[in-house]
Design a protein around this ligand. Structure first.
Ligand code: SF4
Length: 294
């Protein structure tokens, strides 16, 4: 179990292996499964990711509460006739990130990467890169193992829970995992992958968890879209050789510290931030009834 990205990178460099190979080696020791079996399990997860990234594009998906949904479908079809300022690659990834999180809010099937609330960022990024650069599913599966290794380090040094560390721990970690995995997919070095993690996470430090009515919908769905954008920025900077002055492992430690000192109202209690706005409170009352606490 890797405690640091530095350890992971050094192991890959010293063995002259990819990050994916190092993570798979670890996984087969932990799970006692063969390489073929762990890859097959990841292929199943990739299929679920692809389905959830597609469903919201094909039809508007409303959440059970009714306060969110339909944005992925609307945005995807808007792209048919409009040129987004974010460019076609990022905007297509944004649409897919929205889709996954709308599926989640609609009680559909997603893969928590690393959590349900942040489940859109990793699949949206990898699927969109696959579409553009024609990567095989095998190559995307390798990238998912890289993301897993990064997630393992984040969990070992900090956490990926909004209730413990705010949204930085959820969507921040997801953006970091997606950025590191994408750099590996695009041919970057293990060190560049680690740098992408550091850059993505540092740019999301301090992000609070403030779900309206305590539901993983508002602002969660759109936070995934923003997480994809942060991820894309980190990918390009890392591939260009731009490095984080604060080493990536220290960025993860900083995220853990910020989470510890963050006010409890801003850690998934639905009592602060956007949840505490007049509209947030009105929607909570509409869903749960006046005076009732969720
Ligand atoms: S706001 Fe909270 S519940 Fe929503 S995605 Fe962020 S961490 Fe998860």
């Amino acid at each position: 179990m890797f405690e640091s990205l530095q350890e992971l990178v050094l192991e890959a460099e010293s063995k002259e292996k990819s990050l994916a190979e190092i993570v798979i080696e670890t996984e087969i020791v932990i799970s006692k499964l063969s390489v073929a079996e762990v890859r097959q399990r990841m292929e199943i997860r990739l299929a679920t990711m692809k389905a959830s990234a597609q469903q919201g594009l094909e039809r508007p998906i409303k959440s059970i509460s009714g306060i969110s949904g339909g944005g992925a479908h609307k945005f995807w079809h808007w792209l048919d006739t409009n040129e987004p300022v974010t460019g076609s690659l990022l905007s297509r990834a944004v649409a897919r990130a929205l889709s996954v999180n709308e599926v989640n809010a609609g009680m559909g099937c997603i893969v928590a990467t690393p959590t349900a609330g942040s489940a859109g960022i990793l699949p949206a990024t990898l699927i969109t890169l696959q579409e553009k650069y024609h990567f095989s599913d095998d190559e995307v599966v390798d990238a998912l193992f890289v993301a897993s290794g990064i997630g393992m380090v984040v969990v070992n040094r900090a956490n990926v829970s909004g209730a413990m560390g705010g949204c930085q721990a959820e969507t921040g970690s997801a953006a970091a995992m997606a950025a590191g995995a994408s750099v590996a997919l695009l041919g970057g070095t293990p060190r560049q992958s680690a740098q992408a993690v550091g850059i993505a996470l540092k740019n999301m430090l301090g992000l609070v968890c403030d779900p309206v009515a305590g539901l993983v919908e508002v602002p969660c769905v759109k936070r995934n879209a923003a997480g994809v954008a942060q991820c894309f920025v980190a990918i390009d900077l890392a591939l260009a050789g731009v490095e984080s002055i604060i080493p990536p492992d220290e960025v993860i430690d900083a995220m853990a510290h910020v989470g510890k000192v963050m006010d409890k109202n801003l850690k998934e209690t639905g009592m602060g931030g956007l949840a505490a706005t007049p509209t947030g409170k009105r929607l909570a009352a509409q869903i749960w009834g006046e005076g009732k606490k969720h």
